[in-house]
Write a protein that binds this ligand. Structure first.
Ligand SMILES: Nc1ncnc2c1ncn2[C@@H]1O[C@H](COP(=O)(O)OP(=O)(O)OP(=O)(O)O)[C@@H](O)[C@H]1O
Ligand SMILES: [Mg+2]
Length: 236
């Protein structure tokens, strides 16, 4: 069960953003890179918001289609809750059938929020709680893949840790495979199984956290900062 990018190349006019990108998302995968590297474009290809120009993306072995895309849920950087709806209605928004009350309570449990908040409005909640609600809303239709675009940007270190713990918790308890686009190397090293670095239109480093920590790629080194591990061995 995986999402596989094969030979994806994308340009906007004369600006090349992705060039022959190949990778697989089958576990907790983090995609890191500088601003403007093409991380969000990568997610938008999966969500169908930017058409594929060259190459292919398969989901569970078949070319990505509008139908199979419904197995993917996207969590945006901003919680983007509906201001005029209470928390229950926000989470239940994507639910078409079944016992909505039961499901909303189950989802609140998954994201570690108290059931009593269902009658509150988004502005009554802290930013961190709103993010949890937005994750619950995305989980509501039972996606198999969760895509996160910078889930911890703008959060303090404590909230960052809580949200990355939550992503890991949700991945395990809801059996979802996650692709997390981020600048947050600390969270990546802590919870990812696989880390990819995008630079200059290509994947320039790829591997598990230990491998990444040993990478000599200058961009990876710059991201690692204090997380770098000195080694004589060359692993890219
Ligand atoms: N729809 C579009 N039309 C034209 N250019 C676009 C479009 N979407 C993205 N781009 C360009 O593609 C490049 C990559 O953008 P993208 O948003 O993927 O970067 P990013 O890696 O997500 O950066 P950040 O970390 O700042 O979010 C940028 O130069 C951006 O201006
Ligand atoms: Mg982006």
């Amino acid at each position: 069960m995986s999402i596989i990018f094969s030979g994806i190349s994308t340009a906007f006019g004369t600006k090349q953003v992705l060039k022959d990108i190949n990778f697989e998302v089958s576990t907790m995968t983090f995609l890191l890179g500088k601003s403007g590297a093409g991380k969000s474009v990568t997610l938008k290809h999966i969500m169908g918001q930017i058409p594929i120009q060259q190459g292919s993306i398969t989901l569970d072995g078949s070319i990505l289609s509008p139908q199979s895309r419904s197995l993917c849920g996207m969590v945006f950087q901003q919680p983007a809750l509906f201001d005029s709806m209470n928390i229950f209605d926000n989470i239940a928004f994507g639910l078409k059938t079944g016992n909505k009350k039961e499901r909303v309570l189950e989802l609140l449990h998954h994201v570690d929020l108290d059931p009593s908040i269902v009658t509150k409005m988004p502005h009554d909640l802290s930013y961190g709680m709103q993010k949890r609600v937005s994750i619950a809303r995305t989980l509501a239709p039972n996606p198999r893949y969760l895509l996160f675009d910078e889930p911890t940007t703008g959060l303090d270190p404590l909230a960052t840790r809580l949200i990355s713990d939550l992503i890991m918790h949700v991945a395990n308890t809801c059996h979802v495979t996650c692709l997390v686009v981020s600048h947050d190397i600390g969270s990546a090293l802590r919870i990812a199984n696989h880390i990819l670095f995008l630079d200059d239109c290509r994947i320039v480093a790829s591997g598990d956290p230990k491998t990444i920590q040993l990478s000599t790629n200058p961009l990876v080194q710059a991201f690692l900062g204090r997380h770098a591990v000195c080694s004589d061995s060359f692993v890219n």
